[in-house]
Write a protein that binds this ligand. Sequence first.
Ligand code: COA
Length: 424
Amino acid sequence: MKALEGVKILDFTHVQSGPTCTQLLAWFGADVIKVERPGVGDATRNQLVDVPGADSLYFTMLNHNKRSIELNSKDETGKEVLTRLVEECDVLVENFAPGALDRMGFSWERIQEINPKMIMASIKGFGPGKYQDCKVYENVAQCAGGSASTTGFLDGPPLVTGAQIGDSGTGLNLCLGIVTALFQREKSGKGQKVTTAMQDGVLNLSRVKLRDQQRLEKGPLNEYSQFGEGIEFGEATPRAGNDSGGGQPGRILKCKGWESDPNAYTYFIIQAAVWQKVCDLIGKPEWKTQEGYAKPPERLDKLNHIFEMIEEWTKTKTKFEVMDLCNPLDIPVGPILSMKEISEDKALFATGTMVRVDHPERGEYLSVGCPIKLSDSSVEVERSPLLGEHTVEILSDVLGYTDDELDRIIDSGAVGKVSRDGAE
Ligand code: COA
C-alpha cells in the first residue's frame, strides 16, 4: 500500500514547476492523470531533444509514474470529458499562465459547482498585485524573489543558481499544500484552493538574506568577507560569494588538482567548537591560544587570512582526502561534486535517490528518484507516459464511458488520433 493510494490527480501541469509536484504525488501512490493537448502535449516533450523522435530528458525526468490522456479542453466534447475528470478526481493541479483555466471555462467557482470536494492547486509566477498577470519562468522567479541579488561575488553581476529553486522549489511547496488540504478535507469534507507563487517560494528560500537586510540597519555584517576586506556595506544585503550564510564562517577552498579539475574544491567550515582541531590539522597550533585568533569574534576581521592558510593545507589533499581527514574530527567539510561524480555514486543508487529508467523510445537513462523516504510507502520509479498512451484506458476505466460513448468522443477529435488499442 502507498501513502496516497486511491487519490486521483487531474494533472494539468506543464514544463517544470507543476510536473515536479505531481511527480511527487505519483511517487507517494496517487493516480496522476496528465491532460495534454492532442498531438502536441507538454512543450518539454520536444525541448532540449537529445534523441530525435523520443521524448526529451527534460520531460521524462519530470513525469515518471503518470498516465497521459490527450484532450482538447477548448473543444465542446473535450470540455465534457474534462468535466467528468473534475467530478472523478480529488485534486486538480495546474500551472498555466494566469487566467488560462478561466478562459477554458473552468474557473474555481465552476470547479466547486462540479465537485465541492475538489482541491484546486495552482502555481503562478507572482501572487496578487501588480505582476499577477505575468508569465514567469525559473530565472525570473530567482531574480524577483531576492535570490539573484544576493548570489555571486561582490564585484560581479547578480547570479542565478543552477538549482531550480523557483520551479522545483515551488513544486515542493504546492505538494505540501495539496496533502495538507487533503488532510483538512478528511475533517471538513470540503475542497479548497491552494495557491503558490514562485516569487514567494524563492523568497522563502532566501529568508536568511532578509535577516541580513535587517541586521545591516544595525551595522556591518562582520561575518561577510567584505568586512575583513574593509569594504563598506551599501543599503542592501550584498552578494557574499561563497561565504557561509550562517553563524559559522565557511568558504570554498582549492584542493589538489584544482589547476586542471574545475571541481577540485571543498567547502570548509570553521565551526567554533572544533577550532582547536582545525589549528592542529593545518599546522597552526599557535592559533589555539594566540590573541586575535583564539576566540571566534576576534577572528572575524582575519577570516580571509585564516582561510588562505587553510587553503594552503587543502591544496595538498584531494577533496575526498579532506573529507576523510576532517570527518573523524567533526570538522564540517563537503567536496564539490560534479554531476558526473554524482551520476556514478553507488550509494545514491542504493537509496533510490538516483535511478536508472528504461524507456521504449530512448532506452536507459538516469534520473533523480524521490528525495523523500517513507518507511511504509515505497517508491518504484516508472517511466513517463508517451503522449496519449492512456487515453482510452482513462476514458473507459476511470470515467466509465461505454463503447458507444467512446466512439463518439474519439470521432469528435477531442482526444487526438487514437485507436481502441491506445495511442496511435
Ligand atoms: N487543450 C487546449 N488548450 C490547452 C490545453 C489543452 N489540453 N492545455 C493548454 N492549453 C492552452 C491554454 O489554455 C492556453 O490558452 P490561452 O492562452 O488561450 O488561454 C495555452 O494553451 C497556453 O498556455 P500557457 O500556460 O499560457 O503556456 P505558455 O507556454 O504560453 O506559457 C508559462 C508557459 C510557464 C510561462 C506559463 O504557463 C506560466 O506563466 N505559468 C505559471 C508559472 C509557472 O509555472 N512557470 C514555470 C514553468 S516551469
